[in-house]
Design a protein around this ligand. Structure first.
Ligand SMILES: Cc1ncc(COP(=O)(O)O)c(C=O)c1O
Length: 402
């Protein structure tokens, strides 16, 4: 049995009364300590130290120090992770770095149905560099073979697919790609903070992720970039003064800082990084294997209840793998009228989200969701479908964010 007191962990979060929050895979909940820390940074650091805070409060070091807080959560060595910019921008840096490391090759392989921003960045890079230097191919990830990758410079995959919630075998896929000379970038958006990851043991080349989902860093919190030590001599395609070896010498010529620091570009938000740092402290002392076990206990319970419900069996099909080795930290169900059903569930206090064309995502955040959340969600889901109240006009209206 796990030694982790998950009730105590849950008590560290500010969760809305009377609601079941199952959208931590989109935006993580607020740790109480983070709210206090942000107020402290504003009132005792920014207000008092003003510009000297860059030195006195070590604001200048935050991208690297927060990177070092993320490192143990994703199985990275300290000094191999930087927290900055967004996942999308960090992906641009990682892709260009791979094309430089793997100079003889120009092909980026990604998966059909990849999170759109990832494909936009890859295709945008191809347009920028021209097809001689960069082109893309989309493949079916379930049919991945060494042959498909034999001409690729880099394979870009999501560790957990954002729609289906399927978890990919990082270790096997990375070594398959590398056996034919292809580098690998993993998008950890839906796994960092919920799954036990070991980037170093899997010999991963690059990884990108965001801190606003299972890491609870806050809306629009910065992304992170992992670069294996062996690739840290490569050029950052977005060189800026924050990645310079001597930034306050203001030299006309760029000289990259040693190590991961060169992957910085411009000034980062101290408030945003302070919030991420405070939220990450919730993970201190936790073994990610225990976090993963809790995540599986939650999704397993939800799936068991779903199987027992005749209403849900007749209206929905499961998209997320039943096989636990292939399941991330969400359960996705496909159904007709998925969007209005999501709105009726939210009105009932069960916060879920909808993804095109017909998917409801129930995200389980191991640090604060409970078995009772799964039970309440299933009961509410049955009631929404049986009563057909999702057909009401107010549940048909779409906002920008679904
Ligand atoms: C799998 C995946 N990749 C990339 C992104 C884009 O991240 P960002 O908007 O922080 O650049 C997201 C955002 O939700 C995502 O879920």
């Amino acid at each position: 049995m796990s030694a982790v007191d998950f009730d105590e962990l849950r008590s560290r979060f500010r969760l809305p009364d009377g609601k079941v929050y199952l959208d931590g895979n989109s935006l993580g909940a607020l740790p109480t300590h983070t709210a206090e820390r942000l107020y402290e940074v504003i009132s005792t650091e920014w207000a008092v130290d003003l510009v000297s805070g860059w030195n006195t409060k070590q604001w200048i070091d935050l991208p690297l120090s927060v990177g070092d807080q993320i490192a143990p959560i994703i199985g990275a060595t300290m000094g191999n992770v930087v927290c900055c910019d967004s996942l999308s921008i960090n992906l641009f840096k990682a892709l260009t770095a791979c094309l430089e490391v793997n100079k003889g090759r120009s092909l980026i392989t990604l998966e059909d149905g990849q999170f759109p921003s990832d494909s936009y960045i890859a295709d945008g890079l191809s347009q920028l560099l021209g097809s001689d230097r960069c082109r893309t191919q989309a493949i079916d990830v379930t049919a991945l073979t060494p042959g498909i990758l034999s001409e690729s410079a880099v394979l870009l995959l999501s560790h957990v697919d954002y729609k289906s919630g399927s978890l990919r075998d990082m270790h096997t896929i990375t070594s398959m790609a590398q056996s034919v000379g292809c580098l690998v970038i993993w998008d950890l958006a839906h796994s960092a903070g919920a799954i036990d990851i070991d980037l170093e043991a899997s010999h991963v080349d690059f990884a990108v992720g965001c801190t606003y989902k299972f890491l609870n860093g806050g809306p629009g919190a910065p992304g992170f970039l992992y670069v294996a030590k062996r690739h840290q001599e490569v050029q950052n395609a977005l060189p800026g003064w924050m990645g310079h070896a001597r930034l306050f010498d203001f030299e006309a010529k760029y000289e990259a800082a040693p190590g991961i620091k060169r992957f910085l570009t411009g000034t980062q938000s101290v408030l945003a990084l302070s919030a991420v740092s405070a939220s990450l402290s919730v993970f201190e002392g936790l073994a990610m294997q225990d976090v993963r076990a809790q995540s599986l206990a939650l999704t397993r319970h939800f799936i068991t209840l779903w199987k027992q419900s005749s209403v849900l069996q007749s209206h929905t099909t499961i998209v997320t793998p039943i096989d636990e080795a292939q399941r991330g930290s969400q359960v996705s169900l496909a159904l007709e009228d998925a969007f209005p059903v999501s709105q009726a569930l939210i009105a009932d206090g069960v916060i879920v989200d909808f993804r095109e064309p017909n998917i409801l995502r129930f995200g389980f955040s191991p640090l604060y969701n409970t078995l009772s959340d799964a039970e309440q969600a299933i009961a509410s889901f049955e009631s929404v479908l049986a009563s057909e109240r999702y057909r009401l006009p107010q549940f048909q209206i779409r906002s920008t964010v679904t």
